[in-house]
Design a protein around this ligand. Structure first.
Ligand SMILES: Nc1ncnc2c1ncn2[C@@H]1O[C@H](COP(=O)(O)OP(=O)(O)O)[C@@H](O)[C@H]1O
Ligand SMILES: NC(=O)OP(=O)(O)O
Length: 308
């Protein structure tokens, strides 16, 4: 057990939640085990999650019936994922005899800048992985922008403006302070711009790694844990001289970014978010590891730890 209760914001990768409802119902069980492990270790946990595969699936399924904006698909993905994740967490808590921890999914909007350059330069991969032929067809039929994604296939890319403000932060903070387990900022949050007193949805998908960093700072967390499909971060990823890293200082990470070791749209935003959080205040650190290794990671046994 750890001596002091650490506050942890978890950024859960959308790719770890499965590509359809059946896969998701299985995946959330593994996720719930990993998260409740951290609660049993004495950590105060807040959960944010991605929605890349899910928002792409929802948007293309809905668009075949009637056209809906991307931000509405993002809003739908918050409950599509939140419902299963919340119930899996509730089951796991009760199975382990933790009866006094309510779980709540908070619909979250995130303000972005309408002048953000990403609106002209889409970089966020969403939806399923496609072959080159499928990708070319999707480009022709739907006008999608396409990118090759870390050697895993081709995906649609959409604008991904940087998150400026979490609209529901006071409500999230109130629940967290009451000891409740909160799922929020799903899919990076629903992107909105502020027009006078009104919030207007925009067609984009915010990166959940960046919003998780903002959330962790706002909640004054000690740790930002980014859970994904790899146990550690590598340099020369996928090459013969690949090297897995256990520790990464901010200076080292900046150097590796310059040298192009981290793929844009996948590992790069994780490293950038980790750097930003770890460098924001003395004592803060970030960890990137695999979902199933979260407990070992927080205890310093695995993962890549990014520190000042
Ligand atoms: N340098 C690197 N080290 C480790 N993994 C990398 C690296 N560059 C790219 N990747 C890829 O990035 C993936 C994580 O990004 P992604 O799947 O988009 O994240 P998420 O879990 O948030 O959905 C890893 O599973 C791996 O395939
Ligand atoms: N919105 C988002 O960042 O999703 P992924 O984690 O699935 O890429």
């Amino acid at each position: 057990m750890m001596n002091k209760k650490k506050r942890i914001v978890i950024a859960l990768g959308g790719n770890a939640l499965g590509n359809n409802l059946e896969e998701q119902k299985i995946a959330v069980k593994t996720t719930a085990i990993a998260i409740v492990d951290l609660i049993e270790e004495g950590c105060d946990v807040v959960i944010a999650h991605g929605n890349g595969p899910q928002v792409g699936m929802i948007h293309s399924a809905m668009s075949s019936i009637s056209s809906i904006p991307l931000y509405v698909s993002g809003a739908m993905s918050q409950t599509y994922i939140g419902l299963d994740l919340e119930n899996a967490l509730r089951d796991e808590l009760l199975n382990r005899g933790i009866k006094d921890m309510p779980v709540a999914t908070v619909m979250t909007q995130v303000v972005v800048d309408k002048e953000d350059k990403s609106f002209e330069n889409p970089t966020k991969p969403i939806g399923r992985f496609m072959s080159l032929e499928e990708a070319n067809l999707a480009k022709k039929e739907h006008g999608y922008d396409i990118v090759e994604d870390s050697g895993r296939g081709y995906r649609r890319v959409v604008p991904s403006p940087s998150p400026k403000k979490i609209v529901e932060i006071d409500s999230i903070n109130a629940l967290v302070e009451r000891g409740q387990l909160v799922i929020c900022c799903g899919g990076g949050g629903i992107p909105v711009i502020q027009e006078g007193n009104s919030l207007i949805g925009v067609d984009a998908v915010i990166d959940k790694d960046f919003v998780s960093c903002l959330l962790a700072k706002e909640l004054d967390a000690d740790f930002l844990i980014i859970l994904t499909a790899v146990e550690k971060v590598a340099i020369n990823f996928g090459k013969e001289n690949e090297k897995w890293l256990s520790y990464l200082s901010i200076e080292e990470a900046k150097g590796y970014i310059e040298e192009g070791h981290f793929a844009p749209g996948s590992m790069l935003p994780k490293i950038e978010a980790a750097l930003d959080f770890a460098g924001s205040k003395e004592g803060r650190a970030a960890l990137i590891t695999q979902l199933e290794k979260a407990k070992e990671g927080i205890n310093g046994e695995t993962g890549t730890r990014i520190h000042m």
